[in-house]
Each structure stands twice: as structure tokens, then as C-alpha cells.
Ligand binder design. Structure first.
Ligand code: BV8
Length: 223
């Protein structure tokens, strides 16, 4: 059985209308990452951070999975040995039919209590004074991994990378670590590596590149 690890980034949800981060006009062109995607930024101005994620949560909830999300779900259904890791915080993989999606940067549909660590389904809009349903503290935040925080599921991902025969990165610029280092990690264990992206993120970094929009390239690759 060929074991495949797939890592997706914002590019897989781009054609569902969700903005990417580093493309022209992307999120980091319009917001200061340090203000809205770090724990320090949240402490400094929780209302701004909640506004940022409330807007993204509304977009994510109103968006629909595209042909790339559905194709990856078909791949999972058609064969064993496929590990799907995403950097994305939207739930389009799940709504496209994927199972056991590993959200290494968290999920915008979930909330987290900074005091007791409880997690629950987030309301459509969150506010700084929202009380934690478990401990009652007004210390709730979106359940995601900000810059400087440790990504989720790293051990499970490391095991999958060590055992895989093929590593596929789809729609990611490969600029955020430790996710950006997965291709070298997998290659170090002897895996073949494939990038599916609008254009190559770093020529020479992957054994093979398929260029084009994910809604066309991913279904063609899965077929
Ligand atoms: C950490 C959640 C300690 C919030 C995000 C070395 C090792 C370890 C850490 C670091 C390191 N060097 C620097 C660091 C620190 C930092 C980092 O990487 N900084 C960068 C800026 C240099 N990393 C961290 O802080 C991480 N934590 O380090 O903990 C540690 C140490 C060792 C080992 C483990 C842990 C935490 C990083 C997570 C931050 N949270 N998101 C939120 O989403 O708001 S990151 C954010 O960037 C998103 O998750 C996003 O998914 C991710 C990556 O971006 P991409 O998905 O790639 O999106 P991007 O816009 O960049 O690119 C889009 C791509 O799509 C492009 O290539 C484009 O061509 C393509 N595309 C566009 N349209 C289409 C398309 N492709 C196909 N079809 C299309 N239609």
C-alpha cells in the first residue's frame, strides 16, 4: 500500500472564495500579522482579534467546498493510507466529505478557553467578554495556533511523514514553519515529493510540480 501524506494550505480554499495570506491583496497585505495572529496581539487588543476572526469565520461558514476538497475526500474514500493535514482553519475539507482531517493550526469553528483549556463549537461571532461554558471565565478565544504557539498534532504528523512513500503539498507557499519543513522531512525518509500549486513555490524543492488552479489540478491528479 502506498502511504501518502497530503498537506494543504490556503490555496486549496482560494476558489471557494476564501482569501489567501501572501498572494497579492492577501490577508497579510491588509492586516498586521503581529496584531491579529499572535497571543501577544490577542492580549493587547482582543476585540480587534475577535473582529478579524469573526469576519473570517463568517466567510468560511458561507463558503462552499470546491472540486479540490471533494477530490481529496474521494481519494481518502477510495484507498487506505492517506493522511490529510491542513494548515487551514476552515472546515471545507470536512464539508467536502473528508474524514479525520488533521488541523495543525486549529479550527475557526472551535473556541478555546485560555484559562481552563476547554474547547467547544464557536458561535458565529465571538466577543472579548464571552464566558467559558466550563469555568465561566471571560477568557475565550478562537481555537487556533498563532505565531509563536506550538502547532497541534505534531507527533502524529511526524509519524506519518516518517512512514510515507509520497508527500504532496497543495496550495501552500511553504513559508510558515514547521509545516514548510515537512517536504524535506518526508524526503529525508525516502518519500517522493509532489507540489500542486498555482505555480511552483520554490523550484527544485519538490521532485515533481503540477501547476494550475487546485479545482482543476487536484481532481485530475486524484483521477
Ligand atoms: C512554532 C493560524 C514552535 C491562524 C497560522 C522554524 C521552525 C519553527 C518555527 C519557525 C521557524 N522559523 C520561523 C518560525 C516561526 C513561525 C514562522 O514560521 N514564521 C514565518 C512567518 C517565517 N512559526 C510559528 O510560529 C509556528 N509555531 O514555531 O512553534 C515550534 C518550533 C519548532 C517545531 C514546532 C513548533 C506556528 C505557525 C502557525 C501560525 N498560524 N494560521 C490563522 O490562520 O489566522 S499560519 C497561516 O499561514 C495559515 O495557517 C496558513 O495556512 C499558513 C501558511 O500559509 P499558506 O496556507 O501557505 O497560504 P499563503 O497565502 O502563504 O500561500 C497560498 C498558496 O496558495 C500560494 O502558494 C499560492 O500560489 C497558492 N494558490 C493560490 N490560489 C491557488 C493556489 N494554489 C492552487 N490553486 C489556487 N486557486
Amino acid at each position: 500500500m502506498t502511504r501518502i501524506v497530503i498537506l494543504t494550505g490556503a490555496g486549496v480554499s482560494a476558489e471557494s472564495g476564501l482569501g489567501t495570506f501572501r498572494d497579492k491583496g492577501g490577508l497579510w497585505d491588509r492586516y498586521d500579522l503581529a496584531q491579529v495572529a499572535t497571543p501577544e496581539g490577542f492580549v493587547r487588543n482582543p476585540a480587534l482579534v475577535h473582529d478579524f476572526y469573526n469576519a473570517r469565520r463568517a466567510n468560511a461558514l458561507d463558503a462552499l467546498p470546491n472540486a479540490a476538497h471533494r477530490a481529496l475526500a474521494r481519494l481518502q474514500g477510495a484507498r487506505a493510507g492517506v493522511t490529510l493535514v491542513t494548515q487551514n482553519i476552515d472546515d471545507l475539507h470536512e464539508r467536502g466529505g473528508a474524514r479525520e482531517v488533521i488541523h495543525m493550526h486549529g479550527q475557526i469553528t472551535r473556541a478555546l478557553c485560555s484559562v481552563c483549556g476547554s474547547r467547544w463549537d464557536a458561535p458565529r461571532a465571538m466577543h472579548p467578554r464571552d464566558a467559558c461554558p466550563a469555568c465561566g471565565e471571560p477568557a475565550t478565544r478562537p481555537d487556533m495556533v498563532w505565531f509563536g504557539e506550538y502547532p497541534y498534532h505534531m507527533e502524529r504528523i511526524a509519524e506519518a511523514l516518517a512512514a510515507c512513500d509520497l508527500f504532496v503539498a497543495i496550495g501552500t507557499s511553504g513559508e510558515v514553519y514547521p509545516a514548510a519543513g515537512f517536504v524535506e522531512e518526508a524526503a529525508g525518509f525516502g518519500a517522493e515529493t509532489l507540489e500542486i500549486n498555482l505555480e511552483p513555490s520554490a523550484p527544485g524543492r519538490f521532485d515533481q510540480v503540477i501547476a494550475g488552479p487546485a479545482s482543476l489540478t487536484v481532481p485530475a491528479w486524484v483521477a
